[in-house]
Write a protein that binds this ligand. Sequence first.
Ligand code: FES
Length: 128
Amino acid sequence: MHDDLSAEREHVPITCVNDATFDTGLRAAELDPERPKPVETPWGMMALYSIGGRVHCVQAFCPHLDGPLFEGSLAGNVITCPWHGWRYDVTSGARVDLFRARFGDAAKPLARCEVSESSRGTLVLRPV
Ligand code: FES
C-alpha cells in the first residue's frame, strides 16, 4: 500500500492555501481509530486520525526523510514514525521526542488541517 501512495505523492514540501477547503467525501464514522486514513488533498497527502471522537488531520509523510508517518505506531495522540522514530502529537502537529531538536526543520510542526463537517456529513479540510 505504501508504494502506491508514494508513487502518487508529489515530492514537494506541503504548503497551506489558507482560503481553500477540501471535501474528503469521507464520514467520521468510516475512520478506524486504530489506523490513520491517508487522503490525497490539494496540499499533498494528509492523514486523518480519529481520536476520542474527534478527527484530526496532519501531513501523512514524515518531515525527516519522507517516511510513511501515518503507518507508524499510534499511542494516544502521538504517532511515531516507523523509520527513525520521530514523534508527533497529531492534535497539534508538534514534535514531541524527548531529545527533539529546538531549531531548524527538525523542530517544525507537521502541516495540519482543521476538520469540519459539510452539510452532507462529510469531512472537510482547511489548512491552518
Ligand atoms: S523518516 Fe520519519 S523519522 Fe526519519
